[in-house]
Write a protein that binds this ligand. Structure first.
Ligand SMILES: NC(=O)c1ccc[n+]([C@@H]2O[C@H](COP(=O)([O-])OP(=O)(O)OC[C@H]3O[C@@H](n4cnc5c(N)ncnc54)[C@H](OP(=O)(O)O)[C@@H]3O)[C@@H](O)[C@H]2O)c1
Length: 346
């Protein structure tokens, strides 16, 4: 039976939270009410949604009374504290943080890849890391047909992936350098560490903190989440994650080796017909994916598809997506859409 769906966005004033509200509206998600939650700092802020003024409230356990779907993007600590409270009160939590991603009881979902895992949830579904999501959308069709055994990926990640403060810092450091002043960095590469570097006119080969194995946490997310989403921990993943002075849109240079041989023309046809992918690959006309053009768009753009010159079954691709949309807000809203459709509420 059809019933009203009540939605809450936790972290509603942040870069991802605002994109969630926007994406719910763009995709005409059938919510009967929308609750906007953040910290005490921005409680009282008024946001206009569908012509209605909604006041942002401080997120507390009781905020989830009567909520059916809670979209979380307020940091891992908030998710660890409040997601179980939302579940107890009957909400389905779709969590954008890394808090629950590797919990074996929590499905980690990219709808184009493993939508059926949505229905294995016990109250919480995790959204993967932004870099992993776009890589999975591009590689899953290739894995399905040709069997991927190795992935070497270098990311070129936008400032917005580190939140609103990083976006502001990129603007400030660029303005300072152009004015001939010393740039002051306090947020990147990782705000909680001692050392900071300006991102403007620079590239930072560190996203999140380093682990003992020499890889960063961001890089290890790409390894572990790929294994969980594709259900195959034998795939060899070698990532390098870098932050570049781009506002929105992550780019990835991806090299894969497959079990079975392929013709590049067949791979292109496969990608062109794959869900969530737009193939933009016409070197003769200089057509290839770029973050500026991907900003504000929903698909994952794939181009520069070519065979390795030396390795049999080696394939290179260039993959770009809006990290705030497909890398976060859109992926979460797609999961919510599948859930409400299955429940017969849309
Ligand atoms: N940016 C991306 O590309 C991306 C992609 C995937 C996942 N994520 C994840 O999504 C989360 C948010 O990212 P973001 O980029 O949107 O960050 P952001 O722009 O810094 O926004 C953070 C949001 O969390 C809220 N918040 C902070 N502390 C809170 C608390 N104690 N209680 C309730 N709300 C609180 C903030 O509210 P106030 O206004 O009150 O401070 C704000 O709405 C992070 O965990 C991030 O890792 C981000």
């Amino acid at each position: 039976m059809k019933r009203d769906v009540h939605v809450a966005v936790v972290g509603a004033t942040g870069a991802v939270g605002q994109a969630m509200i926007d994406t719910l509206l763009r995709r005409e998600f059938p919510f009967a009410s929308l609750r906007l939650l953040a910290s005490a700092r921005s409680a009282g802020t008024v946001v206009e949604v569908r012509g209605q003024q909604i006041t942002v409230e401080e997120a507390t356990p009781d905020s989830f009374e009567g909520v059916d779907i809670a979209l979380f993007s307020a940091g891992g600590d908030v998710s660890l504290r409040l997601a179980p409270e939302a579940v107890i009160r009957g909400a389905l939590v779709i969590d954008n943080t890394s808090a629950y991603r590797m919990d074996p009881m929590v499905p980690l979902v990219v709808p184009e890849v493993n939508a059926s895992d949505i229905f294995k949830n016990r109250g919480i579904i995790a959204n993967p890391n932004c870099s992993t999501i776009q890589m999975m959308v591009a590689l899953n069709p290739i894995h399905h047909v040709y069997g991927i055994r190795r992935i070497v990926v270098s990311t070129y990640q936008a400032a917005s992936g580190a939140g609103q403060r990083a976006i502001d810092e990129l603007k400030q450091t660029a303005t300072a350098i152009l004015a001939g002043e010393d740039p002051v960095a306090q947020v990147l590469p990782v705000s909680k560490l001692e050392r900071h570097y300006p991102l403007a006119f620079n590239v930072l080969p560190q996203i999140d903190v380093f682990e003992e194995n020499g890889y960063t946490k961001e890089e290890m997310k790409m390894v572990n989440e790929t294994h969980k989403i594709l259900g195959d921990s034998k795939i060899q993943v070698t990532p390098t994650a870098a932050r570049v002075p781009v506002m929105y849109g992550h780019s990835e240079a991806i090299y894969v080796e497959t079990e079975r041989s392929f013709a590049v023309s067949d791979v292109k046809k496969l990608l062109a017909s794959s869900p969530g992918v737009v193939l933009e690959d016409d070197p003769a006309h200089q057509l290839y994916p770029q973050p500026l053009r991907a900003t504000g768009e929903f698909p994952v753009f794939v181009g520069r598809v070519r065979k390795d010159l030396f390795v049999d079954n080696g394939l290179s691709l260039w993959v770009v997506a809006d990290n705030i949309l497909k890398g976060a807000a859109l992926n979460a809203v797609q999961i919510a859409e599948i859930w409400v459709r299955q429940e017969g509420n849309w």
